[in-house]
Design a protein around this ligand. Structure first.
Ligand code: DX5
Ligand code: ZN
Length: 239
């Protein structure tokens, strides 16, 4: 782990269009506060928090109590990815814990309209996540209620899985929906992101990149973020 000495501000407007959201799932939990400080200093834009319930996904992670503790460690926007059944039961708890964004799964919430509205009513940005097998059309009638679509590029539940290439056309399609419904959306991709695929994802229209292993698994967090950022910007032809 290398701790950089100063935070990296995007050098120009184009750079700020590429958002890196490292997933804490891949960090060293025995030194959590140090890891968060290191990733903030390394140029992370958001902090991605993978919440799993052992029901919607076959793994358990953490809940609002840990989010509340992380809120005290960083000024970065906290980007909660709720991989939980019945997320409507937990919106207030995660909002109270200090989340800036709350993303729920289309497959996990029976009443998406109501739950997304509840997130917005708390003054929190709302996101919808779709699994690799879920068609993107499910966002068509809720574009006015979401700030972000999180396209899963692995089946959710674990870090370190292999990237699923077939999700890339969904990103292109969601940008088309954005035009059609005249809204503004972040399109995030999550799972197996590294330098080998980030260019294609940026070119397809993704602007938020969630990465666990490729950042926390590297020796130099700043170098890992900067090298992926360069590949993404090159794909957009802005470098
Ligand atoms: C998977 C999580 C991801 C994951 C990403 O269910 O949503 O955020 O931690 O980790 P990597 O980059 O290792 O695939
Ligand atoms: Zn995630």
């Amino acid at each position: 782990m290398t701790v950089a000495t100063s935070s990296l501000s995007p050098a120009n407007e184009n750079q700020s269009k590429i958002i890196f959201a490292p997933s804490v799932l891949a960090c060293d939990f025995t030194h959590l506060a140090d890891e968060i400080a290191a990733i903030e200093a390394a140029g992370a834009d958001w902090l991605h928090l993978d919440v799993m319930d052992g029901h919607f996904v076959p793994n358990l992670t953490f809940g609002p109590l840990l989010v509340q503790a992380l809120r005290k460690c960083t000024k970065l926007p906290l980007d909660a990815h709720l991989m939980i059944s019945e997320p409507e039961r937990w919106i207030d708890a995660f909002a109270d814990a200090g989340c800036d964004h709350i993303t729920i799964h289309a497959e996990a919430a029976a009443h998406l309209h109501r739950t997304l509205s509840a997130i917005r009513e708390r003054g929190v940005q709302a996101g919808i996540s779709i699994n690799p097998a879920t068609p993107p059309d499910c966002i068509a009638y809720i574009t006015d209620l979401i700030d972000q679509v999180l396209v899963m590029s692995v089946d959710p539940g674990f870090g370190g899985q292999r990237f699923i290439e077939s999700v890339i056309p969904k990103i292109v399609y969601i940008r088309e929906l954005e035009q059609k419904y005249n809204c503004h959306l972040h399109i995030a991709v999550d799972g197996g992101i590294d330098s080998s695929n980030i260019g294609k994802l940026a070119a397809a229209g993704a602007d938020v990149f969630v990465a666990g292993s490729a950042i926390f698994g590297s020796k130099d967090y700043r170098a890992a973020i900067e090298s992926m950022r360069s590949v993404a910007l090159a794909a957009l032809s802005v470098v």
